[in-house]
Design a protein around this ligand. Sequence first.
Ligand code: IMP
Length: 192
Amino acid sequence: MKLVFATHNQNKFKEVAVLMPKNIELLSLNSIGCRTEIPETGATLQENARIKADFVTQKYQLNCFADDTGLLVEGLDGRPGVYSARYAGEHKSAIDNMQKVLTELQGAENRKAYFETVIALNINGEQFMFSGRVDGKIIENPRGEKGFGYDPIFIPEGYDKTFAELSLETKNKISHRGQAIQHLIQFLKKNS
Ligand code: IMP
């Protein structure tokens, strides 16, 4: 069965492709000729994941899944949330985004936060949603060189290292995206 992963991020695509059941031919947006940057205009992660998956299914008549992720900080009423990629502006700088979170959290007692990933899957005319979440806290000064985005300021519960200090293998095992992808894969194994 052909299944599109609606992402332009080649690293994400490769990571997920190796985990897919053998009967699934995973297609990238490039490989189906879709060069559009699908607009993420939803007010929630769920809406954005749906918008992206529906765009591909409607335009190309293909089964498809799409993901959307956000960092939700308790002390900031859930921000940056759906705006995580462009929290400090459309230039989408990870350093500026982290700095904005740290500045807004200055002096805050509650530094609890979590990452959430939502996946929308369109398969044979039906839509299914999957999610994954990892709880943790925001530290005061960035640490670590690995990973991307907000990884240097996030320590997952039960660890004393940031996501940017942990190996990619450990991060994938416990991460929001890792969990959501595992739920998707279990579903595809049973239903495709
Ligand atoms: P996306 O939906 O996967 O593109 O993620 C949106 C934004 O959330 C990214 O641009 C990053 O700022 C942030 N983000 C997503 N996943 C992670 C992660 O695993 N670590 C740190 N930041 C992340």
